[in-house]
Design a protein around this ligand. Structure first.
Ligand SMILES: Nc1ncnc2c1ncn2[C@@H]1O[C@H](COP(=O)(O)OP(=O)(O)OP(=O)(O)O)[C@@H](O)[C@H]1O
Ligand SMILES: [Mg+2]
Length: 454
């Protein structure tokens, strides 16, 4: 069983707060509507009677006749008598009610006041006046029957039934409060259950716990309105800062081994490989390095769209024999040291092309010319292209998107890359939500990305 910290519990609740509040409102609203508009109000009234002991018992002076035992017996007897057919049928007849014996019985309750000779006849009905009539009539019939059967003379009504002013049921406020508490409980249960079912990477701890690779970059979730090339357009933004941190971390992790060519991949689609590759390349170029960004996703190329440049010619042309590489290495306006080679026309056999000797030689040659080469690639979990690329590059970075990347898929991707002996440098955690509702609003993100900010 995995441990969950109090902080994670707190953020799970915040994340699902909308759903919990919706359930609260719906349950309170529904119970209010049922209580006010659907359930019929019920009124309650009562009569109290004082009942003496039967004559027989009074004349018996035996010491075994303990008064307490006698009282207990009597109250049970009276209780049964009130609900007997002898009494109820009579009341139904006297009041001319169209009620069955069982329905009537349910309306009348006998409460025997403990250690006294007082009996309380409680009547509940949807009509307050009928409740009063039944209570009074039952008292009268009951007194007759007690006199008749038990030969008790001293029985009398203490209190006649009063017309109740307010219904005792339903109690809308109580119902709404109970429904509200239940709604919140169900909401909390559903949130935890959904989190339990959700096997995606959510926090850096998940990477540490399950993937066991260092986190080299933590890229926040960008506003949808912002361009994909945020490092170029807004170099002062926290996202650009997070790419600078990634850049520094890569430099640190390549101290022992020269890392010039890096494959960027991820376990599944749309986790941000192309966006991260492009911004990482820009960030490296902004630092004065001569950088080449290569679109090696020959299935679903995206980089040319980010730079808004035509993809008519590129890598595949080079691999098919085009010699003038420099003509295909686009310059990037505003970023002097960055060149980009787009994918070119899409081939039917991408894995074969990427695994060809030509590709290997191309990368070797380009290494002479550039300080860093970043290869954007397809998902490692879906096709072999990235695993093949990893074998001809110095290092591989795995992108994981918060709330999207499946933990098991990422484990699988890591294993695949390890099998081909890729130099797995670490993970870039992408699309980190930093709004104040998320886990990351609390410290972590500041630690990774905000230092160095104004
Ligand atoms: N940090 C981010 N913040 C917000 N949106 C992002 C971020 N990174 C990527 N995206 C968005 O996610 C989507 C997928 O991004 P991208 O194309 O870079 O992923 P990919 O892993 O290369 O996808 P594919 O598997 O198709 O190659 C795009 O709409 C992109 O704008
Ligand atoms: Mg892509």
């Amino acid at each position: 069983m995995e441990e969950i910290s109090i902080r994670e519990l707190f953020f799970i609740l915040r994340k699902w707060m909308g759903m919990i509040m919706a359930l609260l409102i719906v349950s309170v609203g529904a119970s209010g509507a049922v209580s006010y508009y659907i359930l019929n109000p019920e009124y309650q009234t009562f009569t109290t009677l004082m009942v003496g002991k039967p004559k027989d018992y009074q004349s018996d002076n035996s010491i075994e006749y303990n008064d307490i035992i006698l009282n207990q017996k009597l109250v049970s007897t009276y209780g049964e008598l009130v609900k007997s057919r002898a009494v109820t049928d009579n009341v139904i007849e006297n009041l001319n009610l169209n009620l069955s014996y069982n329905t009537f019985r349910n309306k009348v309750n006998v409460n025997l006041v403990k250690d006294t000779e007082i009996i309380k006849l409680v009547v509940t009905d949807e009509s307050p006046s009928l409740a009063v009539e039944i209570a009074n009539e039952t008292a009268i019939v009951f007194m007759e029957k007690v006199k008749e059967f038990l030969r008790v003379e001293n029985i009398q009504v203490i209190d006649e039934a009063q017309l109740p002013e307010r219904p005792i049921k339903p109690r809308p406020l109580l119902n709404m409060a109970i429904a509200g508490v239940l709604g919140v409980m169900v909401g909390v249960f559903i949130s935890f259950f959904m989190e339990f079912l959700d096997n995606t990477i959510k926090t850096p701890d998940d990477i540490e716990r399950h993937i066991n690779l260092p986190i080299l970059g933590a890229i926040p979730l960008a506003d949808k309105k912002r361009s994909g090339l945020i490092t170029m357009e807004d170099p002062k933004s926290p996202i650009s800062e997070s790419f600078r941190t990634l850049r520094t971390n890569i430099q640190f992790s390549s101290i022992d081994r020269e890392v010039k060519v890096i494959t960027v991949t991820s376990s599944g689609p749309s986790e941000g490989k192309s966006t991260v590759s492009a911004n990482f390349a820009i960030s490296l170029a902004q630092n004065g390095k001569k950088v080449l960004l290569m679109e090696c996703d020959l299935r679903k190329p995206m980089v040319h769209k980010l730079f808004d440049i035509s993809n008519s010619r590129g890598l595949t042309n080079i691999l098919m024999g085009e010699r003038d590489i420099s003509a295909l290495a686009h310059k990037c306006e505003g970023i002097d040291n960055l060149n980009i080679i787009f994918s070119g026309p899409l081939p039917p056999n991408p894995a074969e092309l990427l695994g060809s000797n030509g590709m290997k030689k191309l990368v070797e040659n380009l290494k002479e010319e550039y300080d860093m080469i970043i290869l954007d690639s397809p998902p490692v979990g879906l096709v072999t292209d990235s695993a093949i690329l990893s074998t001809i590059t110095d290092g591989t970075l795995l992108v994981a998107a918060v709330g999207e990347t499946d933990t098991n898929a990422m484990k699988g991707a890591k294993e695949l890359l390890e099998k081909v002996q890729a130099n797995l440098m670490g993970v870039i955690l992408n699309k980190i939500p930093i709004n104040n509702r998320s886990y990351y609003a609390y410290g972590y993100y500041q630690y990774y990305s905000y230092y160095g900010q104004d």
